[in-house]
Ligand binder design. Structure first.
Ligand SMILES: C[S@@+](CC[C@H](N)C(=O)[O-])C[C@H]1O[C@@H](n2cnc3c(N)ncnc32)[C@H](O)[C@@H]1O
Length: 316
């Protein structure tokens, strides 16, 4: 017998994944109990959910992230779907960078950061902002007074602000000072990026978050294959890892989808004209001179597989 949702037979593993009739109630932390002959196994109903199923079925994140919901059938929704089909994505919110929205985001990053330190803690995470003058001296003398302070450290080490990147892109990150070619822009070694090595621990972390934070957490996480720097490099992040940033690097958009050249590239910059970029690990540099006011645009393919195959390989 099955406790909880009687329509969902938890002993059939296929029924717990993807079948909308079996979708759990949101945020109730409920479990399905399977009664065997001698034992009762309590199996969490999110047990086998893939990342896509968590996003679509468990949390129904469409309305949270893109502003649409399955039961919305008005004309706006049809137009919205058309737009999504064209662009692949859609962001409806017109007030994406109001102070209230940014406060909410900062609060979510802090919540994720604290929970990560409490429950996972595989890499050092810092709660305090670094001393800006030290950072400025190290990274080329930018005037860091211009940079709005975030809670905790940020991986973005150039003067920047979160801004409205337009109706299809949503928020983005913009330079607030000119950045010379080859400057360090993102340092994911700054104690502001968490790592998970096992898909299931990431899944467990996701399902215990409030719905709106969970949807962002899923949207912001990425899987990356990190190549070691040498035979003796035993950094826990080497190999296949899931990463989550606790800062505004989560808001950086992709250049490729608009057929633009990324101005912010992962890996060490080529040492000579026409040379190759080094392996993408934790540092991102200016691919050219970037003017104040320009959006900092990544090439998502630098750090994650476009096919998103890594999620399957890591158990999600
Ligand atoms: C890491 S987030 C970037 C922040 C996002 N713009 C926001 O406001 O939350 C990645 C998401 O941003 C959107 N995005 C990124 N680059 C885009 C582009 N070039 N065109 C349209 N949407 C883009 C997509 O929805 C994508 O899933």
């Amino acid at each position: 017998s099955v406790s909880g949702d009687a329509a969902c037979d938890a002993s059939d593993s296929s029924s717990s994944s993807g079948d909308k009739n079996c979708a759990p109630k949101k945020d109730d932390g409920s479990h399905d109990a399977i009664t065997g002959a001698d034992e009762m196994i309590v199996r969490p109903i999110w047990w086998e959910y893939s990342i896509d199923q968590l996003f679509e079925d468990y949390f129904d994140c469409g309305s949270v992230i893109y502003g649409y919901s399955d039961d919305n059938s008005d004309d706006d929704f049809v137009a919205l779907l058309d737009d999504r089909a064209e662009r692949g994505r859609y962001t409806k919110n017109s007030d994406v960078v109001s102070e209230a929205q940014l406060q909410k985001l900062r609060h979510q990053w802090e919540m994720l950061r604290e929970k990560y330190v409490r429950e996972v803690n595989l890499v050092p995470i810092f709660h305090e902002a670094e001393n800006d003058s030290t950072t400025a001296a190290r990274d080329g003398g930018f005037d860091f007074e211009e940079r709005p302070r975030t809670h905790g450290v940020s991986a973005i080490v150039v003067p920047s602000r979160i801004g409205d990147a337009g109706p299809t892109k949503g928020r983005g990150v913009f330079a607030t000072a000119s950045i010379p070619k080859d400057s360090l822009i993102i340092n994911l070694d700054s104690g502001s990026t968490g790592v998970f090595k096992v898909g299931h621990s990431w899944r467990e972390f996701a399902v215990s978050l409030p719905r709106d934070v969970a949807c962002n957490f899923i949207e912001w996480s990425w899987v990356q294959m990190i190549l070691p720097t040498s035979e003796t490099d035993d950094d826990i992040r080497n190999g296949l890892s899931i990463f989550i940033a606790f800062d505004e690097t989560n808001l950086m958009n992709n250049a490729d989808w608009d057929s633009e050249e990324a101005n912010t590239r992962c890996g060490s910059p080529p040492k000579h004209q026409g040379g190759e970029w080094g392996h993408c690990r934790f540092h991102y540099y200016a691919a050219r001179d970037i003017a104040a006011g320009e959006e900092l645009l990544l090439r998502y393919g630098d750090f994650e597989e476009i096919s998103q195959r890594g999620w399957v390989d890591i158990g999600l």
